[in-house]
Design a protein around this ligand. Sequence first.
Ligand SMILES: Nc1ncnc2c1ncn2[C@@H]1O[C@H](COP(=O)(O)OP(=O)(O)O)[C@@H](O)[C@H]1O
Ligand SMILES: [Mg+2]
Length: 259
Amino acid sequence: MIKVENLHKHFGGFRAVDGASLEISPGSITGLIGPNGAGKTTLFNVIAGVLGPTSGQVTMDGEDITGLPPHSLFEKGLLRTFQIAHEFHSMTCKENLMMVPSGQSGEALWNTWFGRKRIANEERALAAKADEVLEFLTIDHLKDHRAGQVSGGQKKLLELGRTMMVDANKIVFLDEVGAGVNRTLLNTIADAIQRLNEERGYTFVVIEHDMDFIGRLCDPVICMAEGKVLAQGTLDEIKANEQVIEAYLGTGLKNKSGT
Ligand SMILES: Nc1ncnc2c1ncn2[C@@H]1O[C@H](COP(=O)(O)OP(=O)(O)O)[C@@H](O)[C@H]1O
Ligand SMILES: [Mg+2]
């Protein structure tokens, strides 16, 4: 689905991504791990069009998408979740979902003159979709809560929910989805990812430090270090890989429980 070939992203003389090549198969939940500073987030940002690459190529289903802006990729169903912007904190969870551009015609000014009825219909459909998304994610009880007032884990679910508002064949990039999220909510997030994958055909690429989470969800797992892809395989294969062990020396490839 996604093919990354010899990708470089340099900041001045520093090679944050240094010739990374990898493939993401449709329907997979691929884990991306590696020590801090490995270049994982930078790689995501280049794939998702947030940063332009220094060199290299990214293709999606054979089409060259290198350097396309995020909104073009968004329309193609390549989605990277972002923290809910501060301006949206005072809006409710449901309103946050309804803000996601999904091709609704309400934005064009002339529509307000020529298409009132259509806009009303689309708005109703959008509201119904938002309700369905909230229910799927088991956070429908939060729909009228302000987004700024829900917990960190619930915000992550809402970020995931925003990707569900888009009509496209989806590949979703999640960066450190578990950071600062409690166990219970992390399980809810893992369940949602698994169900979106199994029931709705979503492809995921997940960066996460919690190896229990990666082990439960991801196959394959790709390990990066110093801007390069070191190894790819099941989590057990990755954990046994010499180069991976070496890359993690000093930081340790651990579960959160410390085992
Ligand atoms: N905008 C930037 N300017 C300069 N250096 C950066 C920038 N973004 C990231 N880096 C550097 O690139 C390296 C990789 O960062 P990052 O992709 O965030 O790693 P990871 O997500 O694997 O922890 C780090 O050493 C980081 O300091
Ligand atoms: Mg990162």
